[in-house]
Ligand binder design. Structure first.
Ligand SMILES: Cc1cc2nc3c(=O)[nH]c(=O)nc-3n(C[C@H](O)[C@H](O)[C@H](O)COP(=O)(O)OP(=O)(O)OC[C@H]3O[C@@H](n4cnc5c(N)ncnc54)[C@H](O)[C@@H]3O)c2cc1C
Length: 442
């Protein structure tokens, strides 16, 4: 049986960032990553399937100011890593600067945006400008073209945004980690079972069984199922929020987000450039509740039900969440967008035209087979939706479930994972060097 110090299950952005952090800043000798697909970062961390945004807080109006401050610091780790580690060819494929804004349409949204632009926000982001309708025309003309003259607009705008190709970022992490001879990546191998029969873990795949002192499970929504099979997180469940995208010809220069309600974990439809194709604009993601752990993976439907207790607490929690006025409205509207023909028409009218008024349904195309799943954690004890990601800590094992902005905070998750694993062993994670090299201040 092959033996390792650490086995990482899942090669998305979180697993690969963690392997990189362990390889560079710790003295773990033998580390194995097991990924069931034929390459790393092909699911949620694939740039086609997410919005490619580096969420640094300037335009995410659903984040509290405290979360905004944290998010800013977590996001900056990605930029500092790219500046430090990537060569110019890698960097251009991975991370590009782009302008971005939070756009308020109408008095109610403007009032919210004005309120957010308070002293604390200005302290965090002194470079963010407040732009009125006439100024907006200069930076993003298609927001104004064809818009009703009486419609009031206000935006928080900055040129300091980034779009990220997260699967290129994952590739860069894994390439660096594998420079260490005793670090191994096994592709096309699916972990079926994790057990701890004695002092060490046994990780069973469709090909063989491996032994390890410690395990990190970064398997997207599947992390919760693995945790529960080992008796952890029995009071958690998942609300799988799928998201699709529509494409148009390029009509926006940068990212245009809308004003969101604080506390709603999924962003309203926004317009974005595509780092892999500068001729298009992407609109999305939609919000579709599916009973699955992976988008388009039929076998993940039964696994979805296995990943939670089917009892009154779960039913009550789901009922509470879906009864929330805003959430139920979003879910209802988005259900319509999946209906052929009518869906595209309604999506254009309700979502796209709030950003680019002149676009017509025939200008948009559904991006088939594209989009991922955001595994939002449900707390069946508190009967509500937990905001953000969760790290479930066990005895020498840690499970990461990371909905948005999980890709942005991958290096922060990696730091926390590496610290946890080091604490559980005689190994060390050089947190001082990590913080110094990446100028991390929290
Ligand atoms: C529509 C959408 C838009 C988003 N937009 C953004 C954004 O703009 N910015 C942002 O920061 N975040 C965004 N997110 C969130 C972000 O994509 C995720 O937080 C991030 O990709 C999660 O990374 P991960 O490594 O945890 O999971 P994944 O990328 O899902 O990786 C998990 C990996 O585990 C593997 N795996 C699972 N089970 C097994 C098994 N049994 N054996 C072996 N391997 C296994 C899978 O194959 C996969 O490769 C978005 C998400 C969605 C769905």
């Amino acid at each position: 049986m092959e033996e390792y110090d650490v086995i990482i299950v899942g090669g998305g952005i979180v697993g690969t960032a963690s392997m990189y952090a362990i390889s560079r800043y710790s003295n773990f000798r033998k580390v194995l990553m097991i990924e069931k697909e034929n390459d790393v970062a092909l699911l949620n961390s694939n740039s086609k399937n997410n919005s490619q945004t580096l969420h640094s807080g300037e335009i995410e109006t659903n984040y509290s100011i405290e979360k905004t401050a944290e998010t800013k610091e977590h996001a900056s780790l990605v930029v500092k890593y790219a500046n430090r580690e990537l060569n110019s060819e890698e960097k251009i494929k991975t991370l590009q600067k782009c302008q971005k804004m939070a756009l308020a349409v109408g008095s109610e949204e403007i009032e919210k945006l004005e309120k957010r632009y308070d002293s604390k926000f200005k302290e965090l982001f002194p470079y963010v400008k407040k732009l009125k309708r006439d100024e907006l025309e200069k930076v993003e003309p298609n927001i104004i073209k064809g818009r009703n003259r009486d419609e009031k607009l206000l935006a928080l705008f900055t040129e300091e945004g980034y779009m990220v190709n997260y699967n290129e970022l994952a590739n860069s992490f894994i390439k660096r980690a594998l420079e260490k001879e005793s670090y191994t990546l096994k592709l096309n191998e699916e972990v079926k079972k994790i057990g701890k029969p004695g002092g060490n873990f046994e990780v069973e795949t469709n090909k063989k069984i491996y032994r390890s002192k410690l395990v990190l499970v970064a398997a997207g929504a599947y992390s919760l199922l693995f945790a529960r099979r080992m008796g952890y997180a029995m009071k958690l469940g998942i609300l799988s929020v799928g998201g699709k995208f529509f494409y148009s010809k390029k009509v926006l220069k940068g990212k245009v987000y809308r004003v969101e309600r604080e506390g709603i974990p999924f962003a309203a439809v926004h317009g974005d450039p595509d780092i892999t194709n500068d001729k298009i604009t992407r609109f999305g993601p939609t919000v579709n509740i599916y009973p699955e752990l992976e988008k388009g993976n039929w076998s993940s439907i039964p696994d979805y039900f296995r990943s939670m207790n089917i009892d009154m607490d779960t039913v009550k929690s789901m009922e509470n969440i879906l009864k929330d006025h805003e959430i139920s409205k979003i879910v209802r509207e988005n259900a319509v967008y999946s209906i052929p023909v009518i869906g595209k028409r309604e999506f254009t009218k309700n979502e796209v035209n709030k950003i680019v008024p002149s676009l017509k349904p025939e200008d948009l195309k559904l991006a088939r087979g594209i989009g991922g799943v955001r595994p939002q954690i449900v707390d069946t004890e508190k009967k509500n939706l937990a905001l953000g990601g969760t790290a479930i800590k066990g005895d020498g094992i840690i499970f990461n479930v990371t909905p948005s902005p999980g890709a942005t905070s991958c290096l922060k998750e990696a730091m926390d994972n590496a610290l946890f694993l080091a604490d559980y062993s005689d190994n060390e994670f050089d947190i001082g060097r990590f913080k110094k090299e990446l100028d991390y201040r929290l």
